[in-house]
Design a protein. Structure first.
Length: 151
């Protein structure tokens, strides 16, 4: 009988050396670090864009709520968020319905707009949302039109 080795041929039995494995893992680690810092640099951008969409849609919501419920609705702004308030005709005061915090964004407003049942708004507002990535301005016209501009 001949003495043959069973299994893979000699050229296929050889694996990676320890040095080759360490070099490959080092390269993968560098690529992962570059990708993760790229994603972390985009977090402020996405937080700002999300906050702008949220405030814009909540202003529309307040306008339509005033129309459908036939009551005055006010959006009150704070440096860290905003709140929806409904006017109580019996007590002659504003009652807060819900407060909405905004993460990672600074908010500045020159007014707190009041939406009327006719769809119009009093106390025209200019709202600026900003963070380390940039800033947006949301303006509110007397007709209830909302416009967003990147600064």
């Amino acid at each position: 009988m001949t003495n043959k080795k069973i299994g893979f041929p000699e050229s296929m039995r050889r694996g990676f050396s320890l040095t080759e494995t360490i070099i490959a893992l080092s390269i993968l680690t560098l690529i992962a670090a570059a990708v993760s810092t790229s994603f972390l640099n985009n977090v402020p951008k996405y937080r700002l864009q999300s906050a702008v969409r949220e405030v814009h849609s909540r202003l529309n919501y307040a306008r339509f709520k005033a129309i459908f419920e036939e009551e005055k609705i006010r959006v009150k702004f704070y440096p860290t968020g905003y709140a929806l308030e409904k006017y109580d005709e019996d007590l002659k005061e504003w009652k807060q319905e819900r407060k909405f915090p905004l993460q990672g964004v600074t908010l500045q407003a020159n007014n707190n707009p009041v939406f009327h049942p006719g769809g119009t708004v009093s106390n025209l507002a200019s709202i600026t949302l900003s963070n380390s990535w940039g800033a947006y301005r949301i303006t509110l016209a007397i007709s209830g039109r909302i416009r967003t501009v990147r600064l």
